[in-house]
Design a binder for this molecule. Structure first.
Ligand SMILES: [Zn+2]
Length: 403
């Protein structure tokens, strides 16, 4: 220790040390301890009956060694409302000095997890005792998210980052109309220790975690839960983190059987594992983050708050993290719009306030186009400038991280 101290006094600005990137990982179990109301299907009429697999929140802190820092949090949960994310961010600001742009909270959108207060409340039970349990669970979850962010920061140690894309084919466009885009890419960010040990695999997919349908009453992470568990078995000591991408209009196919959730998860895990064993493209340079809260107009003159975030390394990786149940059109659009960026476009980040249709889907109507709004307590579809407002805000945050 004293020797190190002397060295650092002799060589106060050793550039190699100064620019050494670091990463930290942490996890916390968020499985409810008792039977609780589940979220995602209005058809459910009773609370959970057991636990099929534990659900978790995992944090990955990335530090560029030059002052750039972000904590990516992957949570096996239906969706976080803004009130919960704001509370976690405020605590993290106080305890860890992180600003809002340095925390990304992504929900896997599992439909076999507990209900979270203020998210999809029209699906909540009428029973007061059940509502109290949902509130208690939400409070506990907030505390755990703050803790896991701190634990990831406490785990920071030298690492290198690499990024690439794989592919998995089980997502289908669930709208079943003539125009039915999908995004089968599987972006993977690999975090490796200096000794070559894989420490973390952050991966995403644009597809609802709805293999397990309304009749399933046991807590589970659905295909994403199976994929993460499979990867952690295959890479001992590594943490696998799933980010839900722009799968607002995408479902796994086929579905409705437990074995199918396991099968889809297995397909995803095999692709991530295959990629993790290849060279992949290096992620380097300065890390910058930006967060902007904008407003999206409904066609009844009301507005909803909408968070848009970007996380970018100078070379090799750009994350766009959007709020809401974002449809696949957005990921495809930004991929075309920013061909020079190595993009991962996530939805379900920081706030899930409703579906976010593209202009095409808004005009087509249907569930993602407006019928779903009532489940989020909103009584009108979006105004026609919704896509333009989202696109403009993405351009604004990207400009800030690309400078
Ligand atoms: Zn959904």
């Amino acid at each position: 220790m004293r020797y190190l101290l002397m060295l650092s006094l002799l060589l106060p600005a050793l550039p190699v040390w100064a620019a050494a990137p670091r990463a930290g990982v942490a996890r916390v179990d968020i499985t409810p301890e008792e039977s609780i109301w589940m979220s995602g299907y209005a058809a459910r009429k009773r609370p959970s009956t057991g636990v099929q697999m534990p659900i978790q929140a995992k944090a990955l802190a990335l530090d560029d060694g030059r002052g750039g820092l972000v904590v990516l949090v992957a949570i096996d949960i239906i969706g976080l409302p803004a009130a919960l994310s704001d509370r976690v961010a405020a605590e993290a600001a106080k305890l860890y000095k992180l600003d809002r742009a340095q925390i990304v909270l992504n929900a896997s959108h599992t439909h076999t997890g507990p209900m979270v207060e203020a998210n999809l409340m029209p699906m909540a039970p009428a029973d007061n005792a059940e509502l109290k349990k949902i509130r208690a669970y939400t409070n506990t979850l907030a505390g755990k998210l703050v803790t896991v962010i701190g634990a990831a920061l406490g785990d920071l140690s030298p690492a290198r980052f690499d990024f690439d894309y794989g592919e998995a084919g089980f997502a289908i466009n669930r709208r079943k109309l003539e125009i039915a885009p999908v995004d089968h890419r599987v972006p993977v960010l690999r975090v490796t220790a200096p000794n070559g040990q894989i420490r973390a695999l952050l991966f995403g997919y644009a597809c609802h975690n709805t293999t397990l349908t309304a009749e399933f009453l046991e807590i589970s992470g659905d295909y994403a839960g199976y994929a993460q568990a499979q990867l952690e078995k295959e890479f001992p000591g590594a943490t696998a983190l799933f980010f839900m991408l722009c799968g607002g209009d995408q479902n796994p196919e086929p579905r409705s059987r437990r074995e199918l959730a396991e099968k889809h998860g297995g397909e995803l895990a095999r692709e991530v594992a295959r990629l993790a064993r290849t060279k992949m493209q290096p992620v380097e340079g300065r890390l910058r983050t930006a967060f902007q809260l904008t407003r999206l107009a409904l066609n009844n003159m009301k507005q909803v708050n909408y968070p848009v975030q970007a996380v970018r390394f100078e070379k090799g990786f750009t994350l766009i993290a959007l709020g809401g149940e974002v449809v696949v059109d957005y990921a495809l659009k930004f991929t075309n719009q920013y061909p020079g960026e190595r993009l991962m476009v996530a939805g379900y980040s920081n706030d899930v306030m409703c579906y976010i249709p593209s202009l095409r889907i808004l005009r087509e109507g249907g569930y993602e186009g407006g019928d779903s709004m009532k489940w989020y307590g909103l009584d009108a579809p979006f105004a026609e400038d919704v896509e333009e407002r989202v696109t403009d805000t993405v351009a604004a945050v990207l400009q800030r991280v690309r400078k």
